[in-house]
Design a protein around this ligand. Structure first.
Ligand SMILES: [Zn+2]
Length: 483
């Protein structure tokens, strides 16, 4: 389909050009090369760093020569997903763009509007030779955003000089994002004492299943139950009615997902089976009464199991249950600056009890550095209280909300000037490249915007054409106003 006739033509021209270049995460060499050649053909200063991020520099237009520069940023890579029946090799073959007049989409695959539209906007701007007024531009194209913000992480921060940055990787027009969460992965390991099997015990596998889970940041305030915690709640109830020992306990694995499933192997005395079934019935009744609407399939179940070996002793069994229940999981602070924004949270995304070790894994997030440090301190107290150890990994900074942001002010006033109403100013409780960039470009004033997109990262990805046009006009007006 010939999309280059769709307005704004230059933007769709470049969108069409880059769609011909396979650019899944980890495969961004060719698209980076394209950008480097683009700059060379236009005699623009260009720099490709060791990781494969590309920067292109263009001076300010007439009257803007001495203005402060603006960094315009997007990511080069896209998520390659396709329908089961689609035979395309996305490593090698171009995307086939289609349109229904309202949206662009791709035939059987992701479209790569995330974040190809940013690349197209920025190239169209760099390509312009006269019509558009703008301050000096530093285009920043990062690699491998979709697989853990790798390019931004590795960015050589000596090259960008701008102190204001517009990230074009948001998916809702009329929304200006001004903060994102930083995160750290925390692993807590606790020693467990074992004892030999007593006479007269029987083993049961207890399972928590049917929970809906969700994203550890975006969905953490949706009131969804954590299967591991529900299972620990049940074991707590049971242990208050009869003696039990725990052999193993497993849940989750991906720290950025709320666990949907958990199981444990336990033992009780043979004559206590009725207590177990009574407790199970009461617990499920209670569970259904609180989450029948939201998680109708959530339940705890139990089956006979065979086991021959040691298990956690009395004290360790109590500690396993109480540690899971005391572990910080869920929302711990709400933002005082942005309505309804979760500021700090943690997600108990992994529980693993094997032999004499209990491991709990957490994704700790906060839109402030302080909030993250506070949660880490709680975890440290928890491990210290039981002679355990704490291991932190993958720490990246929050993009904190700035009370004073001249760039945000211009974004808001320009929007009002164009549409007669205020845009929505929001923050997200998940990681964006702006978090990494905030850490690298000390003190830079940043915002994130983008045109309407739907179902990104799926073969049903859709990019709204009219919204692309409006966001383009908005971006141009913002640049004009950023004298
Ligand atoms: Zn993106």
């Amino acid at each position: 389909m010939y999309i280059e006739s769709i307005k704004p033509e230059r933007v769709f021209h470049f969108f069409s050009e880059i769609s011909k270049i396979p650019r899944g995460s980890g495969n961004t060499g060719a698209i980076a090369e394209y950008c480097v050649n683009f700059a060379a053909e236009r005699k623009l200063d260009c720099y490709r760093d060791g990781y494969g991020n590309v920067m292109i520099f263009k001076g300010g237009t007439n009257g803007y020569e001495n203005s402060e520069s603006v960094i315009l940023q997007g990511h080069l890579d896209m998520v390659c997903e396709k329908l089961a029946e689609c035979k395309k090799d996305m490593e090698k073959e171009p995307i086939e763009i289609e349109s229904d007049g309202e949206y662009l989409y791709a035939q059987g695959t992701t479209l790569g509007g995330d974040d190809g539209i940013a690349i197209a906007y920025i190239l169209a701007l760099l390509d312009d030779d006269g019509g558009i007024s703008h301050p000096p531009i530093e285009a920043l194209f990062t690699a491998d955003e979709e697989i853990g913000l790798m390019g931004a992480n590795a960015l050589d921060a000596s090259r960008p000089h701008g102190k204001r940055l517009i990230n074009i990787d948001s998916e809702a027009e009329g929304v200006i994002t001004v903060s994102c969460a930083g995160a750290v992965r925390a692993e807590c390991v606790f020693p467990i004492s074992l004892e030999a099997q007593s006479e007269g015990v029987i083993f049961k596998k207890v399972t928590a299943s049917g929970f809906i889970g969700g994203h550890s940041g975006i969905d953490i305030d949706k009131g969804r139950k954590n299967a591991a915690i529900q299972l620990a709640e049940f074991l707590y109830e049971l242990s208050s009615q009869t003696k039990l020992h725990i052999v193993n306990f497993h849940s989750g694995g991906r720290l950025n997902a709320i666990p949907r499933y958990a199981d444990a192997l336990i033992c009780i005395y043979r004559d206590r089976e009725e207590i177990l079934s009574g407790c199970l019935e009461a617990f499920n009744k209670q569970l259904h009464s609180v989450c029948l609407q939201t998680e109708p399939d959530a339940a705890i179940s139990c089956e006979d199991a065979l086991y021959d070996g040691k298990y956690a002793d009395d004290k360790s069994t109590r500690e396993i249950i109480s540690t899971v229940l005391l572990a910080p999981s869920g929302v711990s602070a709400i933002s005082p600056d942005i309505p309804f924004l979760v500021q700090t949270s943690s997600n108990l995304g992994l529980v693993s009890l094997e032999d004499d070790r209990l491991t709990l894994g957490f994704m700790v997030r906060s839109n402030t550095e302080h909030g993250k440090a506070k949660t880490v301190r709680r975890l440290r107290c928890l491990v210290d209280s039981q002679c355990g150890s704490l291991n932190l990994q993958g720490d990246y900074p929050a993009w904190e909300y700035k009370k004073d942001s001249p760039l945000r002010d211009v974004m808001i006033s320009t929007y009002e000037e164009m549409y007669g109403e205020k845009p929505q100013v929001c923050a997200i409780h998940a990681g964006l490249e702006c978090g990494i960039l905030a850490g690298k470009l000390n003190g830079a004033d940043m915002v994130s915007i983008g045109p309407n997109m739907k179902n990104v990262h799926t073969p049903d990805e859709r990019l709204e054409i009219k919204s692309v046009q409006r966001c383009w006009e908005y971006l141009l007006r913002v640049l004009k106003n950023l004298k």
